[in-house]
Ligand binder design. Structure first.
Ligand code: ZN
Length: 92
């Protein structure tokens, strides 16, 4: 991907300013940067730990959201997520 340079970049900037208004540009850029950052963080967290909530597949005890262990049988969140994925029907 190549970025437009020189006159093309100026034209793009002018069009963007006309569309959004020059005063809103810094706010727009900041919110876009923030959204990108949050998106990346969300992706990172998604790889680290999946959300665990609902009934435990081993003992049917209710597992609170973001809990690391089942309060009923003491299985770890990883075990619960893996067992839920195994039990889940393949066709949605
Ligand atoms: Zn359990």
């Amino acid at each position: 991907m190549s970025l437009p340079g020189g006159p093309e970049l100026l034209i793009v900037l002018v069009v963007v300013m006309l569309l959004f208004g020059a005063s809103r540009l810094p706010k727009l850029a900041r919110s876009m940067g923030q959204a990108g950052k949050e998106f990346k963080e969300g992706m990172k967290e998604g790889h680290q730990a999946e959300p665990v909530e609902g009934p435990c597949p081993f003992c049917a005890a209710a597992v609170p959201a973001e809990s690391k262990f089942c309060p009923g049988c003491g299985k770890s969140a990883d075990d619960i997520v893996a067992e839920k994925a195994r039990q889940a029907p393949r066709s949605a």
